[in-house]
Design a protein around this ligand. Structure first.
Ligand code: CS2
Length: 495
């Protein structure tokens, strides 16, 4: 089978949906850092829709600091790939054309190519999906974590840069020196206040080295926050085969997602703004309420269902969302506890949003592995679960199901400890710390809960004497000894 490319685009299977605009005339006006499945399925599709609605110079140069290697999967395809939306038996495949060029940063020459791409005057916007840990911040405080190996390398002038912060610092310095003009940096990750967080970690990193650049950024760079939403798991080998068969060309960069999508963006740009609103994105004055609701409902449900789902032996989050014990527990948490912590966001009504979120996770055509969602939980649970729990406790409520959900993360990671059966190796920058505490504490669940809540980078300092500690101790015992399913059934009666 021929590879998908600009040349084979005209020869795809009849009926294959492909870009309606002339890609050969598409100039590059944006960059994206972190071209993974989520970007290809979300911003990639919004940009493609926007270009179809109004053609303009908004082609994308994609830059990756880590695998997947874009030069393997996208360069041979001239940046083209298919995305398939699945729900029930329905599958809609379409070829997306927004990416015009790709750069992998593997050596200093690539690093220079990426810096000069980002410093080009025609680039007005840089979007990014770095994952939560890509911001190199301390989850509980948002402060830049100077002890991160990538940050240390980049502070010491690594070439090529190791982190997105290092890359952006070099590119912005180049723009300042060459007069390339202002830039809008758009974080598309599920971190709270993602634009403000990006601004603060980047400024902290830069201010330690160059005050002229820090001052230039103040007036020339905008950092709108965004809320991004579409469930788009890592594609599997079967996904690639099935997409290739559908379009009639081999597609190594195919992605799969759900039909639902949402993108809300702070309307604060340094220079030209891509008209993503023509594709259904919303430009708003303040994205905060949208982002809080999304992280505390959809993402919180995904994390809780995945951690507990893995403990009960489910492979995929849709199975956990259909579990007769887990489904009502999570719904109850959202309706009775989380809902009271949510702000008002125009157009987002909470009860239907909870319903929609739970049925999206239950979409069995989307095979999102519990372990994928469980990856980097330490970087996710503060905004998803710990902050709503903190707010409930401050309002003098009992710890409730939110404490069970927070414990589900701890129990998930502790399953990597020998004394809890070494069931899997959690992929999380803080796993070693949590597991070491688990190995040391013996059978003393109160001591274990106290030591775990003492992890300041996740829990801060304010929860140490709270009622959450005994609740977490009880849930740890229930989830990690005996019959976790029976324990969760009891929770259903209790809460
Ligand atoms: C998921 C998210 O893996 C995860 O952390 O919770 O990727 C989630 O699917 C997206 O935020 C949905 O918009």
């Amino acid at each position: 089978m021929q590879r998908l490319s600009q040349d084979t685009l005209a020869k795809l299977s009849p009926g294959s949906r492909r870009p309606h605009y002339d890609r050969t005339k598409l100039a590059i006006g944006m960059a994206h850092i972190g071209v993974g499945a989520f970007h290809r399925c979300h911003q990639g599709e919004f940009t493609d829709d926007m270009l179809e609605a109004r053609f303009g110079s908004w082609g994308v140069v994609g830059i990756n600091l880590r695998p997947p290697l874009l030069t393997d999967i996208l360069a041979p395809q001239d940046g083209l790939y298919s995305r398939t939306l699945r729900e029930g038996a329905s599958a809609q495949t379409r070829v997306i054309g927004a990416i015009r060029k790709v750069i992998d940063i593997r050596d200093p020459t690539d690093g220079e190519a990426a810096i000069s791409a980002l410093a080009a005057p025609q680039i007005k916007v840089v979007t990014m999906t770095l994952t939560e840990k890509g911001y190199c911040h301390i989850p509980s405080s948002g402060a830049l974590d100077w002890s991160r190996p990538d940050v240390i390398c980049d502070r010491d002038g690594a070439s090529p840069p190791a982190s997105a912060l290092g890359l952006l610092a070099l590119a912005l310095e180049r723009r300042r020196r060459t007069g390339a003009g202002g830039l809008t940096l758009i974080s598309c990750d599920n971190v709270p206040g993602n634009g403000a967080l990006l601004r603060s970690v980047l400024t902290a990193f830069i201010a330690a080295q160059s005050s002229p650049l820090a001052a230039w950024i103040e007036t020339n760079v905008a950092f709108p926050s965004t809320m991004v939403d579409r469930i788009a798991p890592a594609p599997t080998a079967e996904d690639l085969v099935s997409a290739s068969e559908t379009i009639g060309a081999r597609d190594e960069a195919a992605v799969v997602g759900e039909p639902f999508r949402q993108w809300v963006i702070d309307d604060h740009f340094a220079a030209d703004r891509p008209p993503w609103d023509l594709a259904g994105a919303q430009f708003v004055a303040d994205v905060t309420p949208y982002e809080l609701i999304k992280m505390r409902v959809l993402n919180a449900a995904q994390s809780t269902l995945s951690h507990l789902g893995a403990l009960l032996g489910h492979a995929f989050s849709f199975q956990a969302a259909d579990d007769p014990v887990l489904a009502p527990l999570v719904r109850r948490m959202l309706e009775r506890e989380t809902a009271g912590t949510l702000p008002h966001a125009p157009g987002m009504r909470i009860a239907p949003y909870i319903d929609t979120s739970l049925s999206r996770i239950a979409n069995s055509a989307i095979r999102h592995r519990c372990h994928q969602i469980g990856t980097d939980g330490s970087q996710k649970i503060v905004q998803r679960l710990v902050n709503p729990l903190r707010e409930r406790l401050a309002a003098r409520h009992a710890p409730g199901l939110l404490a069970l959900a927070v414990t589900s993360w701890l129990a998930y990671v502790l399953c990597g400890a020998r004394r809890f059966g070494n069931r899997w190796q959690p992929d999380d920058p803080m796993a070693a710390e949590v597991i070491a505490i688990g190995e040391q504490t013996g059978d003393d669940f109160d001591g274990l809960a106290r030591a775990l809540i003492g992890i300041e980078a996740v829990f801060g300092r304010d929860l140490r004497d709270s009622t959450a500690v005994p609740a977490i101790a009880m849930h740890l015992r229930g989830l990690l000894t005996g019959d976790p399913q029976g324990y969760l059934r009891e929770c259903l009666v209790e809460y």
